[in-house]
Design a binder for this molecule. Structure first.
Ligand code: FES
Ligand SMILES: [Fe+2]
Length: 316
């Protein structure tokens, strides 16, 4: 996670623990060892670490202060494990975005995960600029709208984009809404690259507000310098529709794996680790939200650095 190897395990009481997955002796990953009660035992020479990362047992001599691994604050919420890889003093569970739409009455969510071979910011740019939908997702999303309007606003650290597409061929995910549909997507980028979409479609010309809703949630967690843990889910307003799970999974996997990912992998190869703005890209009006997110990330990193975090930083 964010260039750091992390081992996760559950304590006997069920709470999740996240420790650096690098033993201070010969750097074996403790994840290859075993659990002894609430301790993780390194599988190489048997040093044991407690939930705070301190050496709890050394079978070869005394436990010394230096025999320590880092412990990362974690919270389990919405069936997801939220890890804070920065200064532990800055960990604040209140800053976890509200994703209660994932598990509320009347709704049903299916989660998937992809080890993506492209950098997280290439993925965030993709999610913040849905003008690609009419082209890259022509198959699943129906094709370009005849008219588009986009508004962008900040809500604190959150960047909100509202896209309205008028007179668009109907996307397969929403069901039959007539020969042409109007679609509104409200996208929210939260720090940590948590990006829920609230998407609604109505037969073209009808008022937005009471149409079909689909909620897509994307979490783009940097893994390596050029890879991303891409968690994505689709929430439908149908809590008992177990029979529809297969089609829902297949639809979203098709969009992510067959449509977005080959393009984003190719871009990642061309960019070869360079920063976007260093390559002097041509900018379009549709890039505004992605650029605003980049500025928000820069601002948050600068604030953390001013607070004296001297860690090696990655842009998360
Ligand atoms: S590498 Fe972990 S105990 Fe030796
Ligand atoms: Fe896409």
């Amino acid at each position: 996670v964010a260039l750091r190897p992390i081992v996760f395990f559950r304590r006997e009481d069920g709470a999740v623990v996240a420790l650096e997955d690098r033993c201070p002796h010969r750097f074996a990953p403790p994840s290859l060892g075993r659990l002894v009660g609430d301790h993780v035992q390194c599988g190489y020479h048997g040093l044991e670490f407690d939930v705070e990362g301190r050496c709890a047992k050394n079978p070869h001599g005394p436990c010394l202060d230096r025999m320590q691994v880092r412990a990362f604050p974690t919270v389990e919420r919405y069936d997801l494990i939220w890890v804070w890889p920065g200064d532990p003093a800055g960990a604040d569970p209140d800053r976890i975005p509200d994703l209660s739409h994932l598990y509320c009455d009347g709704r049903r969510t299916r989660f998937q995960h992809l080890e993506a071979d492209y950098r997280y910011d290439i993925l965030v740019d993709n999610l913040m600029d849905l003008s690609h939908t009419g082209y890259l997702h022509r198959e699943s999303a129906g094709g370009p709208a005849q008219e588009r309007a986009t508004t962008i606003r900040d809500e604190g650290d959150v960047v909100v984009v509202e896209d309205v597409n008028l007179r668009q061929p109907p996307p397969s995910a929403f069901g039959p809404d007539g020969p042409l549909t109007d679609i509104r997507v409200i996208t929210r980028w939260h720090p940590g690259n948590v990006i829920p979409f609230d998407a609604e479609s109505v037969p073209s010309g009808e008022p937005l507000g009471a149409g079909h809703h689909l909620r897509f949630t994307h979490i783009c967690t940097p893994s390596t310098a050029s890879g991303t843990h891409y968690f994505f889910s689709l929430t439908r307003d149908a809590d008992d529709d177990e029979a529809g799970d297969g089609a829902s999974d297949e639809y979203q996997r098709g969009v992510v794996v067959d449509e977005d990912s080959p393009m984003l992998s190719a871009i990642n190869r061309v960019m070869a680790g360079r920063e976007l703005m260093d390559m002097q890209p041509v900018l379009l009006p549709t890039d505004r939200a992605g650029l605003r997110v980049r500025r928000a990330i820069d601002r948050l990193i600068a604030a953390e650095q001013r607070a004296g975090v001297d860690d090696e930083r990655v842009r998360i």
